[in-house]
Design a protein around this ligand. Structure first.
Ligand SMILES: Nc1ncnc2c1ncn2[C@@H]1O[C@H](COP(=O)(O)OS(=O)(=O)O)[C@@H](OP(=O)(O)O)[C@H]1O
Length: 369
């Protein structure tokens, strides 16, 4: 329309112009018409300047213009690795879990933030710590570091920001967890965790110390076949029944002694003890108590477990990440080395007073006989 008007105004004078002038004039008019029909921002988009997501929203038209401007302006977060991304729950499912949870800010909508852990599985080695972590992380309000960080025992010099960097991204409504079983027997760990936050919730998976020691030995033997026999390591003098408490596999099982150190920094109410034995016979029951302790809705239930006869342990029916049933790896649930009955009886006698003391301290009889 603008082109036609312009032509009709200029035409009466054109007869006075030379052929060249007419040509130049037509070119100029064509340029003017082009500018009117294709405004500048459309041309920029077509040149590929804005990110693809912005282009797509623009193509939807004016109705979604606000949406467009937010998605284009928000800083783009780096893509997390595929495991992390698959573990992030859609917001809709979170809201069915906790209706009182306020919506996260728009910037965190997709990936959340890395936070220091609210809860740590601090022990004990070979108690069943991996099972507890894998089972609790099915919960949509829990996210966990996949590997043992060993921050409070081996990597403390690296600082809390390094530690935070190992954590998965969480939404405001989710809690962050990690597990490093050696924490329970490391002298410095309780006060270091307390320095990070006195509110940290602690979980200890305990198991009959005799079975635990044999499990520990079986694992070491699988890596070091030339290892001396269990009896040689466990006793200073087996005929006199003198146990070698300097051997780690024995020392770890002195739960009462280690717990004393923790109680100097944390109240008992802030420590939850999982029975490693019941974790195998009744995983849902133990997980119900863990969820209560963490202040979570009971979402992980017996529906999530089945007993795998080949493995001889409970396995997950449908883990969060893959959607197919899954058991723990081969290093969990190994066949133990055979230890003669006398040695086992001697170790039971040795541990008995420590166990009784431990039951008194925690107010629960774990019945390790
Ligand atoms: N569901 C399920 N599947 C497999 N294994 C299970 C399960 N629940 C508990 N357990 C017991 O966990 C024991 C290993 O304990 P941890 O995970 O704490 O070991 S480690 O300290 O991290 O190496 C492991 O010890 P071993 O049987 O001696 O290998 C298991 O008895």
């Amino acid at each position: 329309m603008a082109c036609v008007l312009l032509f009709s105004r200029l035409l009466p004078f054109s007869h006075r112009l030379t052929r060249t002038s007419i040509c130049l004039l037509s070119l100029f008019i064509s340029y003017l018409c082009y500018c009117v029909l294709f405004p500048a921002d459309t041309i920029m988009q077509k040149s590929g300047d804005p990110p693809p997501s912005c282009q797509r929203v623009l193509a939807d038209g004016g109705k979604r213009r606000l949406h467009k401007s937010l998605s284009c302006v928000l800083p783009r977060e780096p893509k997390p690795n595929s495991v992390d991304a698959s573990r992030i729950k859609p917001l809709t499912s979170l809201h069915t879990v906790r209706n009182d949870t306020p919506s996260p800010p728009l910037g965190n909508l997709k990936f959340g933030n890395k936070k220091l852990p609210n809860a740590i599985i601090v022990g004990v080695k070979k108690g069943g710590t991996r099972a507890v972590l894998e089972f609790i992380r099915i919960h949509p309000d829990v996210r966990a570091a996949g590997t043992e960080t060993h921050f409070f025992d081996r990597n403390y010099d690296r600082g809390l920001e390094w530690y935070r960097g190992l954590m998965p991204r969480t939404l405001e409504s989710q809690i962050t967890m990690e597990k490093t079983p050696s924490y329970f027997v490391t002298k410095e760990t309780p006060h270091r965790i307390s320095d990070m936050s006195r509110d940290t919730k602690l979980i200890v998976v305990v198991r009959d110390p005799v079975t635990r020691a044999i499990s520990d030995y079986t694992q070491t033997l699988s890596k070091t076949p030339e290892l001396p026999s269990f009896q040689e390591l466990a006793f200073r003098n087996q005929s006199l029944g003198i146990v070698d408490t300097s051997w780690n596999a024995i020392r770890i099982g002195l739960y009462a002694l280690h717990l004393e150190n923790w109680l100097r920094f944390f109240p008992l109410a802030q420590i939850h003890f999982v029975s490693g034995e019941r974790l195998i016979t009744d995983p849902a029951g133990e997980l119900a108590r863990v969820q209560d302790f963490l202040g979570l809705k009971r979402i992980v239930t017996d529906k999530h477990f089945y007993f795998n006869r080949t493995k001889g342990f409970p396995c997950l029916k449908k883990p969060e990440s893959s959607g197919s049933p899954r058991c723990l790896g081969k290093s969990k649930g190994r066949t133990h080395v055979q230890i003669d009955r006398d040695a086992i009886e001697q170790l039971r006698d040795f541990y008995r007073p420590y166990n009784v003391k431990f039951y008194e301290m925690v107010g629960h009889d774990f019945k390790w006989e």
